[in-house]
Design a protein around this ligand. Structure first.
Ligand code: SF4
Length: 454
């Protein structure tokens, strides 16, 4: 389907009772939507790191209980990854484990570093050899180099935060400590949870729910949190150094609807986006449907606000693997049909409003409109619960060129014609601020506005 892909989900746990691999496994299953191409778990047992990772879904890679049983320890970090084009390889699977002068380090990273190229060259000049093409290795090198002249690993992380420019949420495991850090702009989410004596860090609160932990709070942008010998301490010297730039796309599409950011579920934000769309782009129609799954909350909000009936417009096949949905252009319509089938009884003879969360490359929406017409819809009105996607994202997603985007060089009228809709309405850029709780501070909307925070 035509979606912007998030690159990663991360999780870290300290549990004196052991059994950490099982906890990470279940958390990674809950974070699977953030990356489906590779995954891994690294555990710390008596200051040694043991890591198991591979290509595929969490349940495919960890498909034998013995694998988890062999990963005993009291600390662990885990990762799920979606790779951008050309970087899909087992070497890039995380956590990244390195052995250096101060011992072992395991790192799981979510985000995209903007100054990777210059740092890579600088480190190469002093003898660095790379095993991966991922910028996580640059993060690891930076921390390892800073550690040499720092009294502690958390000091090294703090110094590295002056060097690394861009988006990074990190969980890091040293021989003695579990550390979580969030870049000073706060692009990618990272929250803290607790269950008994165990501390956890997760990209999203749904992972804490998945392991029965209580959500405590989000890390602040620029904050470093350290767990050592069962005690949590925090460092805030980078907090407030940069304007908060939380990725608005976490609300629009990336995050799971049941995840909570600053006290509001993602579901509520998406429903609100639908209600705003109904206000700003009303249309006389009979039924509102959502494109499963991520378009559904906004469709519910649109229907409620407009007073129209909400109905299931498509049945989604849940059993098609990800690799199956990577067709050539000619096969795309067929692939969309395999994934979504219109519910004829709900759309035939009706004027339909179809709501989706975003329109990125526009490679599949014409088929969605066509399928609805083939199923008997007499009118198809498209509503998109985000603004026109105009600019690439450099902070950890797979759209790195504007040319890939349907709205980049087209007017809304041209897009409407291209997807053969009767009408098309997008959420206004100025409406994005209504989707996030005010306590969040600021947010990044660069892919819609072109205003890049870094
Ligand atoms: Fe998120 Fe868009 Fe900003 Fe990228 S450019 S971080 S997708 S809001």
């Amino acid at each position: 389907m035509d979606k912007l892909k998030e690159e990663c989900g991360i999780f870290g746990v300290y549990d004196p009772g052991g059994n950490v691999a099982n906890i990470v496994f279940h958390a990674l299953v809950a974070l699977q939507h953030r990356g489906q191409e590779s995954c891994g778990i690294a555990v710390n047992r008596d200051k040694e790191v043991y890591c198991y990772k591979g290509m595929g879904l969490v349940t495919d890679v960890f498909n034998d209980k013995k694998i988890l049983d062999n990963l005993e320890g009291t600390m662990a970090v885990g990762h799920v990854r979606y790779s951008s084009e050309g970087t899909q390889s087992p070497e890039n699977a995380q956590p990244l484990v390195l052995h250096y002068i101060k011992g072992n380090l395991a790192i799981a990273h979510n985000g995209g570093i903007r100054n990777t190229a210059e740092l890579k060259k600088e480190y190469e000049r002093t003898g660095a050899i790379y095993q991966t093409t991922s910028d996580t290795e640059i993060v690891a090198y930076t921390i390892a180099r800073q550690r040499i002249d720092s009294p502690s690993i958390q000091e090294a992380v703090s110094k590295s935060m002056n060097i690394l420019k861009g988006a990074y949420s990190l969980v890091i495991m040293s021989p003695q400590k579990l550390i979580a850090a969030r870049d000073m702009w706060g692009f990618r989410p990272l929250c803290i949870g607790k269950k008994g004596d165990a501390y956890m860090f997760a990209s999203e609160s749904c992972a804490l729910d998945g392991v029965g932990a209580d959500y405590i709070r989000e890390l602040e942008p620029g904050e470093i949190v350290v767990i050592e010998k069962g005690k949590m301490t925090t460092m805030k010297e980078h907090v407030g150094k940069a304007p908060t730039s939380f990725c608005i796309f976490e609300h629009i599409y990336f995050s799971r609807p049941d995840s909570v950011f600053n006290g509001r579920t993602v579901y509520e934000s998406r429903k609100l986006a639908g209600a705003i769309l109904a206000q700003d782009h009303p249309v006389d129609a009979d039924v509102v449907i959502g494109v499963p799954d991520s378009g559904v909350p906004a469709a519910v909000g649109y229907a409620k606000k407009s007073g129209m009936e909400y109905a299931d417009g498509f049945i989604k096949s849940r059993y098609i693997g990800r690799t199956f949905i990577q067709p050539e252009k000619a096969d795309r319509e067929w692939a969309v049909r395999m994934k979504l089938n219109p519910l004829r009884s709900n759309v035939a003879g009706k004027r339909v409003v179809v709501v989706d969360d975003s329109l990125v490359r526009g490679t599949t929406f014409a088929y969605i409109v066509k399928m609805l017409r083939d199923a008997g819809a007499v009118e198809v009105h498209v509503r998109i619960a985000s603004p026109p996607f105009l600019w690439p994202c450099y902070y950890g997603t797979d759209v790195t060129s504007g040319k890939q985007l349907i709205a980049h060089s087209r007017t809304i009228e041209e897009i409407k014609k291209l997807i053969a809709a009767d009408s098309l309405g997008y959420l206004g850029l100025e409406r994005l601020k209504d989707l996030v709780p005010s306590e969040m501070g600021g947010f990044c909307d660069a892919c819609f506005s072109g205003s890049f925070p870094v």
